[in-house]
Design a protein around this ligand. Sequence first.
Ligand SMILES: [Zn+2]
Length: 494
Amino acid sequence: MDLNGMAAAVYLRKSRAEDGLSVEEVLSRHREALERYAAEQGICIVETYPEVASGESLYARPKMLKLLEDVEAGKFDCVLCMDMDRLSRGSMRDQGMVLDAFKASGTLIVTPEKVYDLTDEADEEYAELKTFMSRREYKIINKRLRRGLQQSIADGCYVANAPYGYRRAFVGRKPTLEIYEPEAKFVRMMFELYAAGYGCVSVARQVNALGARPHRTREFSRNSVKKILDNPVYIGKVVWNQKSHIRKGVKHVTVYNPKEKWLIVDALHPAIVSRELWDKVQSIAGGRYSPSKNDGTVKSPLAGLLLCENCGGHMQRLTFAKGGSYLICMRPGCCASAKYELLEERILGTLAEMLRGMTLNLSRTEPEANTALEIALESVRAELAAAEQAKARLYDLVEAGAYSVEEFRGRMHHAKARITELERRETEARRALEHAEHRDVARRAAAIQTVLEEYPSQDIPGKNALLKSVISCIWYTKAKKTKPADFHLRVLLK
Ligand SMILES: [Zn+2]
């Protein structure tokens, strides 16, 4: 096929078979090879899509998604890549999407080995076969890789990124960790402070003040300190199966597995803290509360509803190991915490109270202030009062002899007509206002009533959804050292 003068995109991606080389190395090598090939064929490279992300799913490959968009828009005559499986690795569905985009736009797939024109039946079949084969091969490689990973873990190698306090190292060819003293000293400090009775917030504050900086955030928080205190890596262990990756629609979410599912083995790397200190910290932590972990489900009916009035942050739920949940502001020293049950009870109570207020309003038909209609009504009433006064003044004026009887009659007629007109307008404005308020109040009242009726019979996600159907947010405040129920809530309805 003559490719001379074609506008092309280049898609670059490292494959599993090229492990051992860095992504940059592989991509630059491929880029060179494809540019050489393009020059030989007279192909004009318009754009390059280098994939640095390593995900298998399409959604984990941002450059691929961008390329597909451009291919669908018919931006190129062809796409250059090293081989077919660079484009179409992933699930069968992903592969189908990729091939369809090329076929529909008539864009060629050009590899140094073969040119594919998917509008040609033979080529299409061949492409499908190739991607099918690469998928099989991928599965085999993946299985082998996992087995290798499990073997490494069993051998006590450390295969993930280095945790705080360590750096990656090798013993022979086995990956492991070495102590990185500038961080390790803070790890020891955290364990020692916690063992001495300080809480995670206070420990975080103290190490932050001494200049400790975590890897990915600006400063240590209660949660990041807790994670370090929980991590057996610091007594020279490797933990396997700490997290799972689940799929939620197109999103991939990392969740923490319960500790019973962890696989903890002795590792090659040195410990930072002693077993004795570790055990002491664990026994203290066992009696204290711990943040509820994200396992992808709604754990609390109040999830996402409560905000701290002080700092605007989301309130988080913490659960004591001995039982009992609290909602606290994650900003150290901000608001005092409150017991979960008290909050739930108060929120339901507040809703019930709001409902009572609304039904009362509905029966009383006395409108509440503050709409445009309300302002209109007020101004009509003011005009009416002025007209009544003017009418009353006419009697005084005629008594004082300012008008003749004819004049008085004429003016009186005029004043009465004006009052009738204003009265009509007043009634109209009042009805419009009552109507608007009634409709709104009645709708809200019905929604709240449903929430209160259904709430007890629902499971946790159901309760959360019910509350969110009527409440937009709840502002929370509680001063330090006040009684458990001395918090203040501002429930904002939708
Ligand atoms: Zn706060």
